[in-house]
Design a protein around this ligand. Sequence first.
Ligand code: S3P
Length: 429
Amino acid sequence: MKFDPSGPLKGTLRAPGDKSMSHRAALFGAMSADPVHVTGYLDAADTRSTLSAVHALGALVEEGAPGTLTIRGPGLRGAGDAHIDVGNAGTLMRLLPGWLAGQRGGQWTFDGDESIRRRPVDRIAKPLRAMGADIEATDDRLPPFTVRGTQLRGIEYALPVASAQIKSCVLMAGLLAEGTTTVVEPEPSRDHTERLLARAGCHITRDGDRISLTQHDELELGAIHVPGDPSSAAFHIAAAVLVKGSRIVISDMSANWTRVGFVRILERMGGVVVGDLETPDASAIRSDEPVTELDVTAGPLVGTVVEPHEVPLAIDELPLVALLGCFAEGETVVTGAAELRVKESDRIATVVDGLRGLGADIEATDDGFVVQGTGGLRGGTIASHGDHRLAMLGAVAGLASAEGVTVDGMEAAAVSYPGFESDLRSLLT
Ligand code: S3P
């Protein structure tokens, strides 16, 4: 698929439903006692895997108008034995075992695609086992793996990396564990799980970097609205900043401060982005999910240094920071992002190789990359390596390049954003 250099982007767009919140809406919906009505649900390969998973566990999923569904049961302690195919969805693979591990007598097997089979699960197996869980993984760290339900007990767990997936898994297990479960975060990461648990009536508290919750009987959620995904919107935002004369509006986008780190980094680089973003506050747990409209205008950029504490707040957008760095004046550095190596691809290697192939001056480091701004990109061919975010990165690079970019494996975008190409083209004048 070729993306030619383009004229300015104009218009208004709502990015598809947030992927992280959609996974959680389906899982927490299935864990609830009463039916949960969801609007704005992401219709993409990853979040379809989650609907299939909750269906296999015994939930009834009734789909209405696009993005609208009702999930009924099976409730917190009612999941039936099943084989779960997570497809490409790392979030499903890391969160769901947290719910299942404490359901005594049950047995579940997990597997997924070729990429998922390279993604570690020891990061969740370790804390779950400390809670008393029975988990058997391939080579002790990879899928396929088996979870057998046991009685869990609460623990205090200091996360070795700032991962919302591990945090969520331990908190979900805490719902069925005896006593109190505490997770200590090295840095704040996305907090949708905490917000949903608070909304569902759970006793969940935050004290500095410590999040604690006690055993709970029934989740009460009612309705969940999933706003547009800032990680998907980021591709259009980057294109609009890079292509001269552009001005776009992104509507109904999540303004949750743990998700908009990319916008903050972009502002620092000189990007003109106007919106009502939530004020950071890691001292309490909020229960709402704020939304905003973003107004984005093209303009010159300067390089920046992304510090380790910013990484979890922009983890999926860091490939775009590398792309912006190619067009910025001076140097752009990302540090403390070794987690990129265990994403859908090794995103340090694939971003560096991919952008270098398009003419970028970029070097990999152990935990990030260093980009020298050269004022533009020549273009060429980039391989997605089956990674949705690499595919969409290539498309945006093409619009802003001198000669255009061919993306090898564009179909990977369907993992999180099936309508990406047509949405992007709808903004081209
Ligand atoms: C996610 C958390 C992040 C992110 C992933 C979705 C989530 O992973 O990269 O795309 O929904 O919790 P980690 O928490 O493991 O960094």
